[in-house]
Ligand binder design. Structure first.
Ligand code: HDE
Length: 700
């Protein structure tokens, strides 16, 4: 080690190496890296501030202390106004086959080519510190770092949205977030202001049907779909453009929790989804989705009885099939939550040549909002230079200066056109009409273009056809969940005029749904509210149901095994092996995490303690006990609850004969989902047992 060696030799390469220790070890003492201030001054004492005498006052002179506290004071940045709570991962998108016939976008040209991505999932309503499992829409935002610049597909796990026009967005968000005077409830829509507003806005009805379905209580972020929502355009090299709707389909299939389970998960693990995503990636079970496209042309759009520019409408997959064009794999957790997940700035206006917008009035408003919000959140117009936001292709222009400028441009060329090159100076980059982004022709979808109007297009007035389509496409169990969620949420509303108003709207969706909700609320069925436009009937779309699209698989699932002293050692080993062989993870739960003495006299460690590992955390549970263990646990409330909840959440419960006293104490009535610990358990574990539900809860 030498004090003469230059410090941090990496400095100046974009500022990202501020805390990095030089590889030559010049900053180290033996194996230990030296602590420095942000100016690179070595710190001799990180335990005591500088004082005047042993017991004297702290000196203003202590620049080490002041810098440390100053930096800490500013550690937080404004959180996102919506989608504040999120989790993200790195990965790649791999194209199956060239799409050059429909788009010139570089990432879609060459089969098998991989494009790096950073994907952030989020809830919408809660703050950054809220829980993972409220009933809420999930954000699904993908940043593709393509060779021709960044493309952000900033979507949700639901293919439609609450509103048709961006001008209503602040109202929606104010209504759904915690109420302005009392700052509660956090993270949920079950309160006065949301339902007051939503019941006055019939255009929300379709989205409300989705929001009240199990789509908003997913089992895992790895088991949600994603949608670009708006109709976009793809444009090929000849300038021909097609309309497109983007879909992400999860490899693990769709899966949700039941509401009681979601509620209990909020207590069991605030970070349930964040942890699940992190652990899956850490263990090499990389989450995967396929990118699907619904492609159509103007003639098709013109023939539809609804408007493709209306983001409260979808095109059923049965009408335009989803063409799978590539896969998204998330294979690396962020290195630093703040630097990456918090500072990532998605923007629907970030598109690449070959992709284009439409006149969807919600999309058009978003094109303004995101850039604007990033400035207030990240504090500088140079947020694009933050490593997670920086394009992975050359970025060259004459934009200069601003707070936190990281680049050090040389020369005088900060304007264009210039003739500095003629003088032997660097002239800087020039525009390129051939490879540069050009706006697609034929964007004027509206014949009245040119007149300035504050209106909605005629077909936007149809508020109920698609809500009816969604309702009709669900299984009876899913319909019962939707009706029950309306009851749950509206039961939390204190404004007396609101529930009848909402039910009056629901009559337009389905009379039976409305009666069930009214009945569940204990109110009279009101008069149907007038519909702005008579709904049309559409063919049911099975693709809209979760239950019809679940995969009976143990892939990516987690099975809890409850053991106690005396549990059979070889049965435990065999069970774990079988579970893991089937693609699931096994998690051993015991009264003491430090050790359980098994039948062979050996002590085994548990993965989790009983009270801290309730059965909500698992997709199925196994109970493997000795006579002695069963007798003890039949007197332990947490164990009884463990089994009861698994039953109530419609999960498979496998048990050995000795476990019977606990199983009986939990009041479990045998059915297809209650098995021994053999193959039948593994088969059952891949399912939920909906037929059990009427025996365990009253649904609307
Ligand atoms: Fe967003 N939205 N949004 N949104 N949105 C934001 O941008 C906005 C909308 C979505 O993980 C904000 O950086 C307006 C639809 C996601 O960082 C903000 C309108 C869809 C994320 C914003 C919409 C989304 C956001 C807040 C109506 C699904 C999180 C902080 C015109 C297609 C991205 C931020 C991330 C974030 C505005 C409607 C998805 C304020 C004005 C529709 C996934 O700019």
């Amino acid at each position: 080690m030498s004090n003469d060696t230059p410090f941090d030799t990496d400095r100046g390469s974009g500022g990202e190496t501020h805390q990095r220790v030089p590889e030559d070890g010049s900053h180290t003492h033996g194996d230990t890296a030296h602590l420095t201030t942000n100016q690179g001054i070595r710190v001799s004492d990180n335990q005591n501030s500088l004082k005047s005498g042993t017991r004297g006052p702290t000196l203003l002179e202590d620049f080490v202390l002041r810098e440390k506290i100053f930096h800490f004071d500013h550690e937080r940045i404004p959180e996102r106004i919506v989608h504040a709570r999120g989790s993200a991962a790195h990965g790649y998108f791999e194209l199956y086959e060239s799409l050059s016939d429909i788009t010139r976008a570089d990432l879609f040209q060459r089969a098998k080519e991989k494009t790096p991505v950073f994907v952030r999932f989020s809830t919408v309503a809660g703050g950054a510190g809220s829980v993972d499992t409220p009933r809420d829409v999930r954000g699904f935002a993908v940043k593709f770092y393509t060779k021709e610049g960044n493309w952000d597909l900033v979507g949700n796990n639901i293919p439609v949205f609450f509103i048709q026009d961006a001008i209503k967005f602040p109202d929606l968000v104010h209504a759904v977030k915690m109420e302005a005077d009392r700052a509660f409830p956090q993270a949920g829509s079950a309160h006065d202001t949301f339902w007051d507003w939503a019941s006055l806005m019939p255009e929300t009805t379709h989205m409300l049907m989705w929001a009240m379905s199990d789509r908003t209580i997913p089992r895992s972020l790895r088991m949600i779909e994603g949608f670009g929502i708006h109709t976009f355009r793809l444009v090929n090299a000849e300038g021909k453009s097609s309309f497109v709707k983007f879909h992400w389909k999860p490899k693990l299939g769709l899966q949700s929790t039941v509401w009681d389970e979601a509620l209990k998960l909020q207590a069991a693990d605030n970070d349930y989804h964040r942890r699940d995503l992190w652990e899956a990636i850490e263990s090499g079970n990389f989450p995967e989705w396929e990118l699907g496209l619904q492609i159509f042309d103007q003639a098709f759009a013109d023939g539809l009885p609804y408007d493709v520019l209306d983001p409260t409408k979808l095109i059923p997959e049965e009408v335009i099939p989803v063409r799978k064009v590539g896969r998204l794999v998330l294979d690396r957790n962020p290195d630093n939550f703040f630097a990456e997940t918090e500072q990532v700035a998605y923007c629907p206006a970030n598109i690449v040549p070959g992709v284009d917008f439409t006149n969807d009035p919600l999309l058009q408003g978003r094109l303004f909002s995101y850039l604007d919000t990033q400035k207030s959140r990240l504090g500088t117009a140079n947020f694009h230079q933050i490593p997670i936001n920086a394009a992975k292709c050359p970025v060259m222009n004459f934009q200069r200066d601003g707070q936190m400028q990281m680049n050090v441009p040389t020369g005088r060329a900060n304007y264009e056109p210039n003739s500095l090159a003629a003088h032997g100076e660097e002239g800087g980059p020039r525009e390129c009409p051939v490879t540069g982004f050009t706006t697609a022709e034929g964007r004027l979808e509206n014949e009245e273009q040119g007149e300035k109007l504050r209106v909605r297009a005629e077909l936007f007035a149809d508020h109920y056809s698609h809500a009816r389509l969604f309702w009709k496409s669900q299984t009876p169990e899913e319909q019962a969940h939707i009706a029950s969620s309306f009851v749950f949420e509206l039961s939390k509303v204190g404004l007396k005029q609101v529930p009848p108003r909402m039910v009056a709207n629901l009559i337009n969706v389905d009379g039976d749904l409305a009666s069930r909700v009214a009945n569940g609320l204990g109110i009279q069925l009101p008069q149907k509210s007038p519909a702005a436009r008579a709904p049309i009937d559409m063919e049911p779309s099975p693709a809209l149901s979760i239950h019809k699209n679940m995969k009976e698989t143990l892939d990516g699932r987690k099975i809890g095994i409850l053991i106690a002293d005396g549990s059979d050692a070889s049965a435990l080993a065999a069970l774990r092996k079988a579970i893991e062989g089937a693609g699931a993870a096994s998690f051993v739960v015991a009264p003491k995490v430090g050790g359980v003495k098994l039948s062979d006299g050996k002590t085994t460690q548990a993965d989790g303690q009983l009270l801290g590992s309730p059965s909500q955390l698992f997709d199925a549970v196994a109970v493997l006990l000795s006579d002695e263990g069963a007798a003890t646990l039949a007197k332990e409330g947490a164990a009884i609850q463990w089994v009861m909840d698994a039953y109530g959440h419609l999960k498979a419960i496998g048990s050995n004969p000795a476990a019977k006293p606990l199983i009986d104490r939990a009041g479990i009535a045998p059915d297809d989902g209650t098995t021994g610990l053999d193959d039948a358990f593994l088969k059952a574990a891949a399912k939920r047992f909906w037929a059990r539900e009427p025996n365990v809860r009253m649904l609307a």
